[in-house]
Design a binder for this molecule. Structure first.
Ligand code: NI
Length: 136
């Protein structure tokens, strides 16, 4: 969890924050709201199927297009999120974000939430498990 020095209390421009890193699927914590993190991430290609047993997960697409595969009681489906769209993955639902053309996203979820969930399929080498890194 970042401390008071790593999460700024100054205004923050999202384009400038996004310009500070290039790593994919590696969220940066840009703010904390009560017990929640606001995180931003750059993504491209496919993430891994995973689920969060105890929390919903909020997505806002800042740039590009994000797709999220979902496995629920009705089977497997995929939602398409163009730039400017929001979506909430309910707790416990297996999901797999992907973006063929690359995207920048904003996540809102409880501090400490692991990006790869409590359960996940075997992780490919390009995915690292993290609770979010401080923005530098
Ligand atoms: Ni997730």
């Amino acid at each position: 969890m970042p401390d008071a020095e790593t999460v700024s209390n100054e205004p923050l421009a999202l384009p400038a924050a996004l310009a500070t890193f290039d790593e994919l699927w590696d969220p940066r914590i840009i703010a904390q709201v009560n017990d929640y993190d606001v995180r931003i991430a750059k993504v491209a290609g496919e993430f891994a199927w995973h689920s969060h047993a105890d929390t919903d997960e909020f997505f806002l697409v800042l740039q590009g297009e994000l797709r999220i595969g979902l496995r629920d009681d009705e089977g497997e489906r995929e939602v398409v999120l163009p730039q400017g769209s929001i979506f909430v993955v309910p707790r416990g639902i297996e999901h797999k974000p992907s973006s063929a053309g690359g995207a920048s996203i904003l996540l809102f979820e409880p501090t400490g939430t692991v990006n790869t969930g409590d359960r996940h399929e075997p992780l490919p080498a390009h995915i690292k498990t993290t609770t979010g890194r401080a923005l530098r």
